[in-house]
Design a protein around this ligand. Structure first.
Ligand SMILES: *Cc1c(COP(=O)(O)O)cnc(C)c1O
Length: 388
């Protein structure tokens, strides 16, 4: 959200500078690709709107793309987190460990289940949860860990699994911002006990509405999610699992996602190119690009870190006057959210607390033009030079 004075500045600006939104779905792949509209229209005229052939095909194609045995379509990324956690054994009263800087989605999912959360700190470079911080945060009552591949940056799930496997603690991957990314030879989402994916429209692979999926190699986890997404049924009208809900991925969304999935690697490549350019511009200045810092990334958000909170606000103001949209992912740590439950235990999270006031998200999406990209780079460069 722009402040009033930023809006006034933008209105006063009449210097021919562009208007570059933080994200633009108007020129995104769904709005501009006739195949997406054709897919939706095919479903509309088919008369099959829930769990039809497009949905079945998409589940198979998604599993094939990520390299998991199973992909189970659900209604959203948050539902995917809830159902994945339930399926690996999290229930009311369980304790889950996650990072506090990832937008509250895991904390919300745990709150829906009645599980409590304790927080592990992040790496100061990549802003990702680390195996070391997790080892410190895990307690005797910890039942599961959620690792979020934040900003498209890839968590070292293998290192985390080495630690958690020995304790018998399942690791769930939140791939909402990183679908398609690789850790070594494996796509993220194929490394943990289960993974959650979101197809919210602005994600790396977005639908034309809400949609999500759970990924897993474990047939028992897959069966549980399939049951829980439809009222806990094992067969029609026979409720065998407690905690079921209605969380289905619509046939229309599945048909659209089938068009997008083969394009995802190219989208991610464009995001990486944009981030590489930002990283180049930040080099040798006080600005630092968090996205891709010492880790593989698919550039979901391009996040710049400044030295102080004041400098962050100054950069945001400067970019606004240059017609460049910005956002903050995320401005409030989970344990400071009044609407989320208190953590089950207090843990040390100095890196998270230090970073939260110094981050700024700048435009990064496949439809960003090279002209706009260069305008943003020039603006970053001018900001950095004006201060040195
Ligand atoms: C978007 C997002 C979610 C939630 O996905 P929805 O489909 O909006 O419910 C979960 N985790 C992360 C990291 C996200 O970015």
């Amino acid at each position: 959200m722009r402040t009033k004075s930023e809006r006034d500045d933008a209105l006063k600006r009449n210097d021919g500078s562009p208007n570059i939104p933080i994200n633009s779905l108007r020129n995104g792949w769904i709005a501009t690709n006739p195949a997406a509209a054709e897919a939706a229209s095919r479903v509309v005229s088919s008369g099959h709107y829930i769990h039809g052939p497009e949905h079945a095909a998409f589940e198979q194609e998604l599993a094939g793309f990520v390299g998991t045995e199973h992909a189970i379509g659900v209604a959203s990324g948050t539902d995917a987190l809830v159902l994945a956690l339930c399926a690996v054994g999290v229930t009311r009263g369980s304790e889950v460990i996650t990072a506090p800087n990832a937008g509250g989605y895991t904390s919300n999912a745990c709150d829906q289940i009645g599980a409590s959360v304790a927080y592990a700190d992040i790496d100061p470079a990549s802003h990702l949860i680390t195996a070391e911080a997790l080892a410190k945060a895990i307690g005797p009552d910890t039942d599961a860990v959620v690792v979020t591949h934040l900003y498209g940056n890839v968590v070292d799930v293998s290192a985390i699994r080495r630690h958690c496997d020995s304790l018998g603690i399942p690791v769930v991957e939140d791939c909402a911002q990183a679908l398609g990314a690789f850790l070594g030879d494996a796509r993220v989402g194929s490394i943990g006990a289960a993974a959650a994916v979101s197809f919210y429209p602005t994600k790396n692979l977005g639908a034309a509405g809400d949609a999500g999926a759970v990924l897993t190699n474990d047939p028992a986890v897959a069966e549980r999610v399939k049951s829980l997404r439809q009222y806990g049924w094992d067969e029609k009208f026979a409720v065998s699992q407690p905690g079921g809900r209605n969380s289905r991925l619509d046939e229309i969304q599945a048909a659209i996602l089938r068009v997008g999935l083969p394009l995802l690697d190219d989208f991610n490549e464009r995001r990486r190119v944009i981030c590489d350019r930002y990283r180049q511009v930040c080099e040798g200045t006080e600005l630092r690009l968090v996205t891709g810092a010492n880790v593989p990334t698919v550039g979901h958000h391009a996040v710049v870190e400044t030295t102080t909170n004041q400098r962050r606000d100054g950069l945001r103001h400067w970019l606004t006057t240059r017609g460049i949209g910005t956002d903050i992912h995320y401005p409030i740590l989970d344990f400071d959210q009044p609407g989320l439950p208190r953590p089950s235990r207090s843990t040390a999270t100095p890196n998270s607390t230090s970073a939260v006031g110094r981050i700024l998200t700048i435009p990064c999406y496949p439809g960003l033009t090279n002209n706009d990209l260069e305008w943003i780079c020039t603006s970053l460069d001018e900001f950095a030079k004006a201060q040195s």
